[in-house]
Design a protein around this ligand. Sequence first.
Ligand SMILES: NC(=O)c1ccc[n+]([C@@H]2O[C@H](COP(=O)([O-])OP(=O)(O)OC[C@H]3O[C@@H](n4cnc5c(N)ncnc54)[C@H](O)[C@@H]3O)[C@@H](O)[C@H]2O)c1
Length: 275
Amino acid sequence: VPCATGRPALCEPGAAANGKGTLLSGERRLHFAETGDAIHHHIGVSCFADHAVVSRRSVVKIDPDVPLDQAALFGCAVLTGVGAVLNTAAVPAGSRVAVIGLGGVGLAALLAARVAGAERIVAVDVQPAKLALAKDLGATDAFDARDADCAAALRAATSGGVDFAFEMAGSQAAMKLAYDITRRGGTTVTAGLPPPSAALALPLVSLVAEERTVKGSYIGSSVPRRDVPRFLSLFRRGLLPVDRLMSGHVPLDDINVALDRLAAGEVVRQIVSFS
Ligand SMILES: NC(=O)c1ccc[n+]([C@@H]2O[C@H](COP(=O)([O-])OP(=O)(O)OC[C@H]3O[C@@H](n4cnc5c(N)ncnc54)[C@H](O)[C@@H]3O)[C@@H](O)[C@H]2O)c1
């Protein structure tokens, strides 16, 4: 049903296959060489290899002249962050926007807010280096979420809050901040994936009397066959410089080091290469 109604991000067979660690067909195509035991696929791919068998329904064809290390960015972070802004929220030109959490997803959202013509783009993180990078990428304001008066200062700087706040950190604290800095009539979008037990109590009177909207955004509410080429075209025209999110290339042998760097927040996106 989600596919037929134009919402493939909510694909039910896809979610079931992801939960089981299989391809869309229900099969697994990876095996341990020694024992022959099957290996699970992670979200339908498992592509830490130079070739991969995937379902043809999971594939989007791109121009062969796009360098593959750049194309790799469009699979998750860009689709999720850019899609949250252009699809889920459909941010109109002139809006005031805040992005909370400036990893690959949040910074892609920030770049998309520029594409949409947002008038104010407020960047929020807990790491000064991320705030500096966000400013470099076009944020008009930057706030450190660790400051006790962050919400109040941000509301004051934006005359009552932003029209659209994007929670891209994956934490309850970030979502609370996102709601607190959304202005009357505004929309709070969350794409972060906190642990399943995370919950948030909302002041219901503000939801009603301020006509607020709270929206979840999964894979940027995207239609990959439409959006990957669309976002790649923005990139190739210089309007969406997502290559600025690349922190470097790492050989597969160093993948654990690369994941530690990511967990420590030292990097945005690293490309695993085989040569
Ligand atoms: N909705 C989807 O379809 C989808 C897809 C991909 C990733 N995600 C989720 O989106 C989130 C972001 O992904 P990412 O790869 O950019 O992660 P990341 O770890 O690279 O970036 C997260 C950023 O949030 C910052 N942060 C942490 N706590 C914060 C707080 N309280 N306030 C402000 N900033 C805070 C971190 O310093 C970091 O810069 C994750 O939760 C991830 O699981 C969702």
